[in-house]
Design a protein around this ligand. Structure first.
Ligand code: ADP
Length: 497
């Protein structure tokens, strides 16, 4: 089975979408892997940095408290030994050395004039230290400060001589926090290894997850690609996820519709060929008969030529009907909507068909219950009504009647075409709107039908968003009812297939 132009557009659109999705496949995989890794790694890294930060602040806090303590002890010793007036105490010196060694720091002792009387680095002795922390400490505001950038803690402690409240000096201790930095590095190294292992595991998990997600899409793409090469009867089942299950269900539905369209087109083409061939064959037979026999009387020629002319008319009628049907299929685009007085229009149609009715002595009555004006495409609507009334005359008895009535409510107008004709057997009623369907082929041919009249009428009604129904009793007559909205709205898709 092959696909024709209209279907190609649909398939190409879907194919295009899925082919661009193919490019996304790589990206989709990449995205899933990336998301998985980020979802795993961000909490890991946040935890690692959180732990290190907590450790650092806690370690600095403890170290500061420890130094502060040592400075207070030292301050008491300095007071006890009167170090500020005589800075030669060996005990104090050895304590200072011990303190600086343990904490890898520097201790400076300033007197009340902020003159450095002792510097364990022996750099600033005799100089004046007016740093902010020292000045604040002299004002009885002991300070401590952590310099994160240069890795040290600075602590100041006041020195009070025994029995005096006045501050006589300041101890300034600066200790290194290198050991804290080293521990931080250890944390980072070990944490980094753990994060690295987690990243590998997450990547593996991400790849597996991406494959699981992409696989059903791959399967659906494959199925769509197969469709473009030709239909297969396989039904697509991708039930991995609810979404893919819905997608495959929609795909199967679309494929079913395409197959249906394809079948209907094939049937239509074969019907058209058959219908067009029949008058041709008759003409050929008639012409051959004339050619084969010589010396035929003129009347015979005339009779045969009349038959040939009838077949030409029939061929012409089929082509006219086919063109009407094709035009009707171009839904919406060819609609020429105007406000039309339906009462007047029906009167004109019946007037035009009167000669056909008179030939059969069929009485035609138009009954208008109210004036009706509606938004319609006059040409298409006229075609529908003409076909219904023509049928009511064609499939009627001599001296029969056709009754056309018009009514309306606030939303729709209603048209009824009743006849006293042959009626349509129950089993045929469901098919009469199909193209080329005729109840009694030989009779219909004799009457001059093409089998397209009701298909045209139905399409003309549907493009107006209306509906058409048939009620019939064989041998008693037929009634067609048409309902059309007074105000035209856009035409539904897929009409006239
Ligand atoms: P046709 O060109 O053969 O009339 P239509 O599509 O108009 O084709 O109608 C399809 C068939 O439905 C006709 O062949 C005829 O058998 C039947 N039919 C349509 N209208 C009537 C009617 N008013 N009374 C009886 N039979 C009808």
């Amino acid at each position: 089975m092959y696909i024709r132009s209209g279907e190609w557009v649909i398939i190409s659109k879907i194919k295009y979408q899925f082919i661009s999705n193919r490019k996304i496949f790589g990206n989709m995989r990449f995205c899933v892997i990336l998301c998985t890794m980020l979802a795993g790694l961000i909490p890991c890294l946040a935890t690692l940095f959180g732990i290190v930060r907590f450790y650092e602040s806690r370690a600095v806090e403890l170290r500061t408290a420890e130094i502060q303590n040592q400075c207070t002890i030292l301050s008491n010793q300095l007071s006890a030994y009167g170090y500020l007036s005589d800075p030669t105490s060996e005990v104090i010196d050895s304590n200072l050395t011990q303190l600086t060694n343990i904490y890898n720091g520097r201790v400076m002792i300033m007197d009340e004039d902020l003159c450095v009387i002792k510097d364990t680095y022996n750099l600033d002795e005799g100089k004046t230290n007016v740093s902010e922390n020292v000045v604040r400490c002299m004002k009885a505001e002991p300070t401590n400060h952590y310099d994160k950038k240069n890795h040290y803690i600075e602590v100041t402690s006041p020195i009070n001589l025994p029995g005096k409240k006045k501050i006589d000096g300041v101890i300034l201790a600066s200790v290194s926090t290198d050991s804290i930095e080293v521990t931080k590095q250890v944390f980072y190294t070990h944490g980094g290894v753990v994060v690295g292992i987690a990243a590998i595991l997450l990547a593996v998990f991400g790849v597996a997850l991406a494959n699981k997600l992409v696989k059903p899409i791959h399967k659906i793409t494959g199925a769509i690609e197969n469709v473009s090469e030709g239909y297969s009867d396989d039904v697509l089942h991708v039930d991995t996820f609810a979404e893919t299950s819905q997608l495959s269900e929609a795909f199967n539905k679309m494929l079913g519709r395409l197959k249906q369209l394809d079948d209907s087109r094939e049937e239509f083409v074969s019907n058209v060929s058959h219908e067009l061939k029949t008058p041709m064959t008759s003409m050929k037979v008639l012409a051959d008969s004339l050619l084969e026999q010589e010396g035929l009387p003129v009347e015979m020629y005339r009779e045969f030529m009349e038959d040939i002319a009838k077949e030409i008319d029939r061929e012409n009628q089929i082509i006219t009907d086919l063109l009407s049907l094709v035009k009707m299929n171009r839904t919406g685009q060819t609609m020429n909507i105007q406000q039309v007085n339906i009462n007047d229009l029906l009167e004109q149609i019946l007037k035009r068909l009167k000669p056909i009715a008179e030939k059969k002595n069929v009485e035609m009555v138009l009954e208008s219950f109210r004036p009706v004006s509606a938004e319609i495409d006059e040409t298409k609507f006229t075609l529908a009504v003409s076909n219904l009334v023509e049928n009511a005359i064609k499939y009627n008895h001599e001296n029969g009647w056709v009754h056309v009535s018009l009514n309306a409510d606030h939303k729709y107008f209603y048209l009824k075409v009743e006849d006293s004709g042959l009626g349509i057997p129950q089993e045929d009623q469901a098919h009469i709107f199909e193209r080329f369907y005729r109840v009694d082929k030989s009779h219909s041919r004799e009457i001059g039908g093409t089998g397209l009249g009701l298909a045209i009428a139905r399409n003309a009604v549907i493009v107006h968003r209306g509906s058409i129904k048939v009620y019939s009793e064989e041998g008693e007559g037929t009634t067609f009812t048409v309902r059309i909205p007074l105000i035209y709205t856009t035409v539904p898709e897929g009409v006239g297939r």
